[in-house]
Design a protein around this ligand. Structure first.
Ligand SMILES: [Zn+2]
Ligand SMILES: [Zn+2]
Length: 149
């Protein structure tokens, strides 16, 4: 099944389970969010984009819908310390990645490191702790900002 169809199906099942109404507005937000160029979109950015297509959609609706995508495991919610909530699509089931955040230009780089994954499991098991999620965020200066410092 194509990724978009998979996502739609997951969303529809969740909506049916929760007895939510399916709405045209949600469909618009769905296609804009999952086709947004570049990852880690803020609610404001998505709002600006959606507003052009459908001026009646309010900020709160966008936020609620993104939260809904998150509940369906279709999106991650991120907060990188600048006071803006960001969302990004989950690329496939069980996907996980971490981030490098440049505090000068705001560039966000994704990475995956098996050793970090391994050590977090090790730390958890030593503490008899059941991990359900983790995030690693490294803050600093990206290569171009370092050159210009
Ligand atoms: Zn930078
Ligand atoms: Zn990311």
């Amino acid at each position: 099944m194509k990724l978009t169809n998979k996502r739609k199906k997951a969303l529809e099942e969740y909506i049916a389970k929760k007895r939510l109404k399916s709405t045209r507005q949600r469909n618009i937000i769905f296609s804009e969010f999952f086709s947004y160029p570049g990852h880690h979109v803020t609610v404001e950015e998505l709002y600006e984009r959606v507003k052009k297509l459908s001026p009646k959609i309010g900020y709160a609706t966008i936020y609620r819908t993104l939260k809904l995508f998150k509940e369906c495991d279709l999106a991650f919610e991120r907060n990188f310390g600048d006071g803006r909530t960001r969302f990004e699509p989950v690329k496939f089931e069980g996907e996980h990645h971490d981030h490098l955040i440049c505090i000068a230009c705001g560039k966000i780089t994704e990475f995956e490191n098996q050793r970090i994954e391994h050590y977090s499991r090790e730390v958890a098991s030593k503490n008899n702790f059941e991990v359900i999620n983790h995030k690693v965020e490294l803050y600093g200066y990206c290569s171009s900002c370092r050159r210009n410092k």
